[in-house]
Design a protein around this ligand. Structure first.
Ligand SMILES: [Zn+2]
Length: 294
């Protein structure tokens, strides 16, 4: 491999030296996550950590929407994806970890603390919540994404140190009324779209469209931190692949929101307070509760 030659056509836009120092973790290497990870390797990200659930192997019904193909049928997705990525950037350090992030919080925290950026590509809420909690605790940027029901569009959110976290954004979106019952854009399993009960039809390009926005948000965040390059204003991107009444006014519509931090958020709301201050505040609240109880 000749590194100079490999990055010859992209160097003028993205200096590989910037990306080389980065460590990005990908939680979930299904249709969406695999594509974002592959793109990250093409940015020249130095170290990529692929985390997937134990025994998560490539099945035939995955193939039509995954960067992996028949050659890897039956193989663990993380290992197969490592080989796939190394084929386009052999200089990338790739670690593959098989774990349940909800059950092994200590290991999850230690992985996130090593990272400059974390990508959440799972759709189940317990996993999203623990990844959010550990990223907020470590002050590491978290980029999450989801594809909406039927592949009609999707969302990409960015959680930065001191800003709204995933829990703040989820609460805001629930309150916003933008997603009412009739159009509720349920995200399906971005990791394994065929694997659980709320999975639904979506084309490969419906998923890829959102995954590439996720990769771009990661790229812009990295560049903004390194050389103050222009960044988009906001922390939540909506993209409509198709028209959805009340949500996406037209095909290929996009919207960027700045979702505010919830000062009462249980995950990030105590920002700036020390543990002692939090304990004192909690005691104060309890004392008042006892008094009013009398
Ligand atoms: Zn929060």
């Amino acid at each position: 491999m000749n590194r100079d030659e490999l990055f010859k056509r992209t160097r003028a836009i993205l200096k590989p030296e910037i990306a080389q120092c980065e460590v990005w973790a990908f939680f979930g290497v299904g249709s969406g996550g695999a594509r974002v990870a592959e793109e990250a390797a093409r940015f020249g990200i130095g170290t990529i950590i692929l985390i997937d659930r134990p025994d998560e192997c490539l099945e035939e019904h995955n193939i039509i929407r995954h960067v992996l193909g028949y050659k890897d049928l039956g193989r663990p997705k993380g290992e197969a994806l490592r080989d796939h990525i190394l084929n386009s950037n052999p200089g990338c350090e790739i670690e593959v970890i098989s774990m349940d992030v909800v059950k092994d919080r200590d290991r999850l925290a230690s992985i996130i603390r090593r990272c400059t950026q974390v990508h959440c590509c799972v759709d189940n809420e317990p996993a999203k919540n623990v990844i959010n909690e550990e990223a907020v605790a470590a002050g590491v940027t978290l980029v999450f994404a989801g594809v909406f029901d039927g592949g009609c569009g999707g969302e990409v959110g960015r959680v930065v140190d001191g800003g709204a976290c995933y829990a703040c954004m989820a609460a805001f979106l629930n309150r916003s009324g933008r997603f009412d019952e009739s159009q509720a854009p349920q995200t399906f399993d971005y990791t394994n779209p065929d694997g659980i009960e709320n999975s639904t039809a979506a084309l490969n390009l419906d998923i890829a469209q959102i995954a590439l926005i996720q990769a771009r948000v990661g790229l812009l965040t990295m560049l903004g931190r390194h050389d103050s390059a222009p960044d988009f204003k906001g922390n939540y991107v909506l993209f409509g692949n198709r028209r959805v009444e009340g949500l996406f006014p037209r095909m290929l519509s996009s919207d960027i929101w700045e979702i505010p931090r919830d000062p009462c958020c249980l995950i990030c709301g105590a920002g700036g307070m020390t543990e002692a201050q939090i304990n004192a505040a909690a005691e104060d609240i309890l004392a008042k509760a006892v008094c009013s109880g009398n």
